[in-house]
Design a protein around this ligand. Structure first.
Ligand code: AMP
Length: 394
């Protein structure tokens, strides 16, 4: 068990909390403040315990001076201040005497937000390459480090691993929930355990398949990646998405686990990827050379539902069709609907799947929607995440 924020006496201590404030900002306005709202429990806890709260986060990528000027956390400080109903002191620097003085002057219960940690990437990618000097310097600004940014835990950056290596540390409530739900479920799934995989490319999910095929009872494959599996069975996939380099991998998996890997039996196809183009439902063996498979069909939905209705644990990563276009949303929507009715542990693994499920109105319908796309995928791959690994055990 990892140490958590609750394991520390925070009173009058300088507590650095690594948050995930990587929110979409357009013309200086935050268009979705969900990540800020989700960070509030940990921040409020630290305020209530009379800590001097120092918040850090990255925002976008910083490769040019233009990126640096554009990707500022100032709008986050303003929004956070509204949500907390107290002043959030914004320091537009990532190092230097102004930052140090501001922290020295911070009183217990006050909150300060440091500028985008990736401003340090402009010269030599110091943040993203976990520069030792930078990690030590940031650690010198605090007494305790709390990692509450799950979305970056799969990367060793100066603002997580760097600071964490140099201070007493723990996790915040958001990361704790990810480990409790996603981590424990992967370690100890109640059976039958079914994994749904979709999305674009097989190559992104090879390690997930290799790891989960040994743990899960069934892997239901939809989305763009299913067509490479179908091709591996010598089925005509027309102009559907094909990951040529991984046909052999799919063949191997199908040979080794013929009863575990479940593929679509029909497909919603079109001749062109366009919202005005006609689409039709075809059996999976009836695709013509110019057909593009863009969603699972209703036969596949029913087939998948049979497995899901029997499952006690379900983890889902990757939309089952090109859900950005309305005519290819049905498969993903129907599976959301089916999962929402189950009395089982249902976890949605981040990224596009989470965005799709939330946009279809299923935000509160599952056991857990993971906040980190890459991080949750790497947990599903069975990897140890560096941002978690750096945190001490109780
Ligand atoms: P991923 O990031 O791997 O989860 O992939 C998500 C993307 O996969 C989304 O943008 C979907 O539009 C896309 N996708 C899902 N199904 C298909 C499909 N049948 N053909 C092409 N792209 C798809």
């Amino acid at each position: 068990m990892k140490k958590t924020i609750k394991d520390f006496d925070l009173k009058n201590k300088r507590v650095i909390i690594r948050c995930d404030f990587n929110v979409p900002i357009k013309d200086g306005n935050i268009t979705d403040d969900n990540r800020i709202i989700e960070s509030l429990p940990t921040i409020k806890y630290a305020i209530d315990k009379n800590a001097k709260v120092i918040l850090m986060s990255h925002l976008g990528r910083v490769k040019t001076v233009e990126d640096k000027n554009k990707n500022t956390l100032k709008p986050v400080a303003d929004r956070l201040s509204e949500l907390l109903n107290q002043e959030v002191l914004f320091v537009s620097e990532t190092r230097g005497s102004f930052l140090e003085d501001s922290i020295n002057n911070l009183k217990s219960g006050e909150v300060l937000l440091v500028e985008n940690t990736r401003h340090e990437d402009l010269e030599g990618k110091k943040e993203s390459s976990n520069d030792q000097e930078l990690g030590k310097y940031w650690a010198s600004l605090g007494d305790i480090f709390i990692n509450d940014a799950f979305g970056t835990c799969h990367r060793a950056h100066a603002s997580n691993v760097g600071i964490g290596s140099n201070l007493p540390n723990g996790i915040g409530f958001l990361v704790e929930k990810e480990l409790d739900v996603l981590g424990n479920t992967l370690d100890n799934p109640i059976k039958p355990f079914t994994v749904i995989l979709g999305g674009a490319k097989v190559s992104d999910k090879i390690k997930v398949i290799e790891n989960l095929v040994t743990i899960a009872d069934y892997i239901l494959i939809g989305g763009g990646m299913s067509y490479t599996f179908l091709k591996a069975k010598d089925i005509e996939i027309g102009a559907s998405l094909l990951d040529e380099d991984n046909i052999n991998f799919c063949k191997e998996m199908l040979d080794k686990y013929p009863d575990k890997i479940i593929l679509p039996i029909d497909s919603v196809c079109s001749k062109k990827i366009d919202s005005n183009e006609e689409c039709s439902l075809k059996f999976i063996t009836d695709l013509n050379k110019d057909d593009i498979g863009l969603d699972i069909g209703k036969g596949t939905v029913e087939l998948f539902e049979q497995y899901l209705n029997e499952s006690k644990t379900v983890i889902w990563n990757g939309p089952l069709g090109m859900f950005e276009l309305e005519q290819y949303q049905n498969g993903t929507k129907k599976i959301c609907e089916c999962l929402s009715k189950l009395d089982s542990t249902v976890i949605i693994g981040g990224g596009d799947t989470a965005a799709a499920a939330i946009s279809f109105g299923y935000k509160e319908s599952f056991t857990h929607i993971s906040t980190g796309g890459g991080a949750s995928l790497e947990m599903m791959e069975g990897k140890i995440l560096p941002g978690i690994d750096v945190i001490n055990d109780k």
